[in-house]
Design a protein around this ligand. Sequence first.
Ligand code: AMP
Ligand code: ZN
Length: 494
Amino acid sequence: MAENPQTLRLYNTLTRSKEVFSPIDPANVRMYVCGPTVYDYAHIGNARPAIVFDVLYRLLRHVYGADHVTYVRNITDVDDKINARALRDYGADIAAGRLGLNEAIRKVTEPTYEQYQKDVTALGCLPPDQQPRATEFVLPRADGKADMVSLIQSLINRGHAYAAAGEILFDTTSMAEYGRLSRRNLDEQQAGARVAVDAHKKNPADFVLWKESSADEPGWDGVFRIGGQPITIHGRPGWHIECSAMSAAYLGEVFDIHGGGLDLIFPHHENEIAQSRCAHGTAVMANVWMHNGFLQVEGKKMSKSDGNFVTIHELLETDKFGGRKWPGDVLRLAMLMTHYREPIDFSVRRLEEADATLTDWAKRTDGVSATRPSPAFLEALTDDLSSAAIVAELHALRKSDPAALKAGAELMGVNLESHRTRSLTHRYEGPQAHKAISEEAIGDKVSNRLALIREKNWAAADSIRDELLAQGIQLKDGKDPATGERITTWEVKR
Ligand code: AMP
Ligand code: ZN
């Protein structure tokens, strides 16, 4: 453990209040975060929990010691969306007998999994200590670690689950505290439910633990004892049970922190809690439940289904967003400029501001060795990861104490050395690039710069001017003779 553990305060969704964090075992602080469903590129909304909980992981390691924290983030590689994608892309091969269903599924999940690892590495995220895949925790395991089928059996044995119409369901009325996390009560849920659809359920809120699979759905032979008789249901797990199994497998029945995005509070986390507590007979599953806010575009959550998404890969590797590629650390800082529980409105402006800030910090810390993070920085970070305050504090340090700025940036996972090296390379490559930048992209940058000037954010405004200059575009500031307003024109520099 570190010599002087800081007092860490975290907002707990379970109690709707900020609490002093006190780990069950300071020698092994345990955190579980719900990871990606691997069927397609992750979008930058999905990057938010990866970054936010990476900062928390780094902070926990700083406070309790790097060897005293266990961070588990799962990979969901069984899901109806994955199955649908496999049938869409390889349906003909499957029908012709050239490919088995499981192989087709692997062809979807493997490259997506690899891509996710590349994406989050580029965003400066440390690999979690464990990244278990759901498909490896379906059936009882040779190593005796928790698995889904055994967990479902415990729920059956304890009277919390029943079989109906080829499914095994969780009986929500069997748990007095069901709904505690999301603060919903069962009466409200029943009033809103469509009875006809769920006629086989005892209660409309009951959810699936295991469901029968047809020939074109992935399946495992789950053996369950119901009323003394073993029955085999060739099927697949419901959505929630995997996290109950994999968290128990690596962190035990009760652990410290469970995280994910706001959208997971209900039903996913509510149901994880129900399964884990009822299977193990414990009073809690995790002590602290943390949820990041949404990344939004024009006031709406970024999501695949709404089509308003940009993938992490596109942002890093193409000029689809704002006419240029964005380094991972720029996206990382852009994300951390807002407190993790607040919504973020995502824009080119935000990325430009983060880029300018990083370039400025990198310049000021050139040749400086990192010392310790400043007390004010640590105070902000330990106060429920007040990252907006941290960024302000780091910015204040850039003149007074660049060494502490560097140390603080490192603790947040932002590497100023590599940003400096890259921006130099970028400058060097710049002049040939002017042909590539569209007039529209230049226009966007000019108006973003004007907005930054109005906010007196000179550093960010200057950086846009410098960046355009490096691409062979020279800006000229003047005044509109009619209105007296500042106007900016541009020309290609010869
Ligand atoms: P999914 O792959 O959709 O299950 O999402 C993986 C993680 O990303 C979960 O923790 C989600 O809550 C989170 N997430 C998804 N969309 C957004 C968004 N627009 N903003 C922030 N977090 C999100
Ligand atoms: Zn989960």
